[in-house]
Design a protein around this ligand. Structure first.
Ligand SMILES: Nc1nc2c(ncn2[C@@H]2O[C@H](COP(=O)(O)OP(=O)(O)OP(=O)(O)O)[C@@H](O)[C@H]2O)c(=O)[nH]1
Ligand SMILES: [Mg+2]
Length: 313
């Protein structure tokens, strides 16, 4: 059994993240999945929100699974194992629980067939500075296997980048992902991480053809777009391994080629364009290892939108 603890401070987006992951899961994956929730109070809102996604969560109330309810949680998981033997058990602890203790309680169990305990800790960028010095928060971050910055839509990119650096300073070994409730593709890397999705181990390929009127500084513009694509791929939690290349032809049949394979050396190019007054044809192809195709499509399209005056054909 694989255990996935989805932890994070009160209101960080744990239930929202689980809802999004459930909505992306196949029926077969859902059949082999059990969800345990531990809300802070008695009314069970987490359970209600999650039961709308085709799984009936098991609820542990009247305490916290990282302390008073640790024994109950293990007993419940043992019963679940005997009755359903699921492959994945998701646990949403209350927003004040210490996820490291929950992981420890599971790992200390002598009876459970544990394949992996994945400790995901969520961070809300909007409230980060209000809670970052609470000791249990820092401890949770230090013990996380995967960190997820939620509510990306509510923060500036610069603030997210700064938060990434701070989180990396606290826990340099955890992968850091970013999600946004309004962009379902931001949850694909999580699904891959949890279910070892086959797509994860393969190459994704996205090709686009566009017409545009380029400026004399087109070389810098194109380089900027290629670098942005690589930056966005890495921000989505995947190290860039692959090749993004573009070829641009003008009316005089002149050709400019640019490509990037390595973020540290940047793009390379050859050739140049002569007729910039008229529209040129831009072909772009991105082939990337270990990135979901939908995520790559979204990144390529977003970056191409940045090239002012571009029009898709
Ligand atoms: N704008 C925005 N709001 C979000 C996002 N994710 C979650 N929220 C909102 O944040 C609030 C809290 O989300 P929940 O998913 O209930 O958070 P939680 O961590 O499960 O909360 P507790 O279980 O009470 O600790 C809700 O109003 C969500 O709609 C997001 O990506 N963007
Ligand atoms: Mg919740």
């Amino acid at each position: 059994m694989q255990f996935v603890i989805v932890a994070g401070f009160l209101g960080t987006g744990k239930t929202s993240l689980l809802r999004n992951i459930l909505s992306l899961m196949t029926e077969d994956q859902k059949k082999n999945t059990v969800l345990i929730v531990n809300d802070f109070g008695q009314v069970g809102i987490n359970r209600e929100l999650l039961s709308k996604q085709g799984l009936d969560p098991i609820e542990l109330v009247s305490g916290c699974v990282c302390c008073q309810l640790g024994v109950d949680m293990i007993k419940t998981i043992e019963e679940i194992h005997q009755r359903y033997s699921p492959s994945v058990v998701f646990i949403e602890p209350s927003g004040v629980a210490n996820p490291g203790s929950i992981k420890q309680i599971i790992q200390d169990s002598k009876t459970l067939p544990i394949e992996r305990v994945l400790n995901i800790v969520l961070v809300d960028p909007v409230r980060w500075h209000a809670i970052s010095d609470i000791p249990v928060i820092e401890e949770g971050l230090r013990n996380a296997d995967l960190l997820v910055i939620t509510k990306k839509d509510l923060s500036q990119m610069s603030a997210i980048d700064k938060l990434r650096e701070e989180l990396h300073g606290i826990n340099s070994s955890a992968r850091i992902l970013e999600t946004n409730n309004f962009e379902i593709e931001t949850f694909h890397p999580l699904l891959d991480e949890i279910f070892h999705n086959e797509a994860h181990a393969e190459f994704s390929c996205v090709s686009r053809t566009l017409k545009a009127r380029l400026q004399p500084d087109y070389r810098e513009q194109v380089f900027g777009v290629l670098k942005d694509m690589v930056k966005d791929i890495e921000t989505s939690g995947v190290s860039f391994v692959g090749h993004i290349k573009t070829v641009i032809n003008d009316e005089a049949d002149c050709c400019f080629y640019a490509s990037i394979t390595d973020p540290s050396t940047g793009p390379g190019s050859h050739g140049h364009l002569q007729k910039l007054g008229a529209e040129v044809i831009i072909k772009i192809q991105a082939v990337v290892f270990r990135l979901h195709c939908e995520s790559l499509q979204a990144i390529v399209d977003e970056c191409l939108r940045d090239l002012e005056g571009l029009r898709s054909t």
